[in-house]
Design a protein around this ligand. Structure first.
Ligand SMILES: [Zn+2]
Length: 342
């Protein structure tokens, strides 16, 4: 039961964010008209954007690569769209506030105030802290394995899941890096990178959960278990990026992969008598509370701190405990091995 929610929270969430595609704000005809005008003229009321001055030669950003424009031009277009959406939203929200109407979501996100060009500065800061927490966890795991615990003669660790956790650390840091970028600037490219990284992390975590919970130690068996999952994850990422960014389908895939890994961890937690169970339980309770934040989603306080940002804040201590558990697992397994040898 333990790890389950932790994994679901740490991992599934980026997928869930994508589900919220059309929102009340962006279906509003006044907002749509404003964005359409802005992308054509480059201006919202008196404010004009330099990024909206590009040659209209009719080439598409969705066509095959050889028909696409250079990346900087695409970026300019995305930036123009982002500026237009932001300033139209600000104007719409001003008008709504004037008639005592509360804030509504636009493209799945609450109206945030930009700070130094960052769209959601608080979520960015928490994403960076999550990244730092994974780095800290990974570094302390590395130091424990290589400097504190006994090593084999070839200088490798006795902990047979070390390599898998190293990859997990890299994928987690990659995912939080793109989360920070995506919350800084939400354009097609950053969205794709964030979603792809999240899918890669969830898929990999599933493989890791199976290998660890079934205690698969033999290389050939590991490859056999991982191969079909890797093939599926790769196909799914290619589908999202090259065929259709289907948020609903992506959520289903993520939830199924997350629930499956939860079941694996549950079985494993049930059969082993790990000395660090309390850490897992702490993560479960923390994860449960964090989940409430997502259920009672609220608009940003002062335009900055919303439920999503707080959710990113709660995964920071959970990540700390999770890595502490991973270190304990390494110690536990190595001490068991040494006992067996003696
Ligand atoms: Zn986020």
């Amino acid at each position: 039961m333990v790890d389950l929610r932790c994994i679901i929270l740490v991992i599934v969430f980026p997928c869930l964010v994508g589900v919220l595609d059309a929102s009340a704000g962006d279906t509003d005809p006044l907002y749509r008209h404003c964005v359409g005008e802005c992308e054509r003229t480059g201006c919202v009321r008196e404010r004009c954007f330099t990024n909206c001055n590009f040659p209209l030669n009719g080439s598409s950003i969705d066509g095959p690569w050889y028909l696409q424009e250079p990346l900087y031009l695409q970026w300019k277009k995305w930036d123009c769209q982002s500026d237009c959406r932001y300033h139209c939203m600000v104007e719409r929200e001003k008008d709504r506030a004037a008639v005592n109407e509360g804030p509504v979501k636009y493209h799945g996100k609450w109206p945030f105030q930009r700070l130094y060009g960052f769209q959601e500065p608080v979520s960015v800061a928490f994403s960076v802290l999550n990244l730092a927490m994974h780095f800290h966890g990974w570094l302390s795991f590395f130091i424990l394995l290589h400097y504190k615990l006994p090593l084999k003669q070839n200088k490798q660790s006795y902990y047979d899941f070390a390599g898998l956790w190293h990859i997990y650390a890299l994928l987690s840091m990659n995912s939080w890096f793109w989360s920070a970028v995506f919350h800084s600037r939400d354009v097609i490219l950053t969205e794709r990178l964030d979603y792809s990284s999240a899918v890669a992390l969830i898929g990999y975590s599933l493989i890791l959960a199976i290998l660890r919970s079934f205690n698969v130690r033999d290389e050939a068996s590991r490859v056999m278990v991982a191969a079909p999952f890797l093939a599926f994850i790769t196909t799914h990422v290619l589908y999202l990026n090259n065929y259709k960014m289907d948020y609903g389908w992506n959520m289903q895939v993520c939830v199924v992969m997350a629930v499956t890994q939860l079941v694996c961890w549950a079985v494993w937690a049930g059969v082993t008598h790990h000395p660090s169970r309390w850490k897992l339980w702490t993560v479960v309770v923390g994860g449960g509370l964090a989940m409430l934040l997502e259920i009672y989603d609220f608009p940003p306080y002062k335009g900055f701190i919303d439920a999503h940002a707080l959710w990113h804040a709660t995964t920071i201590p959970l990540t700390f405990i999770w890595w502490s558990f991973i270190r304990d697992d390494a110690e536990f397994r190595i001490s068991n091995l040494i006992k067996k040898v003696k």
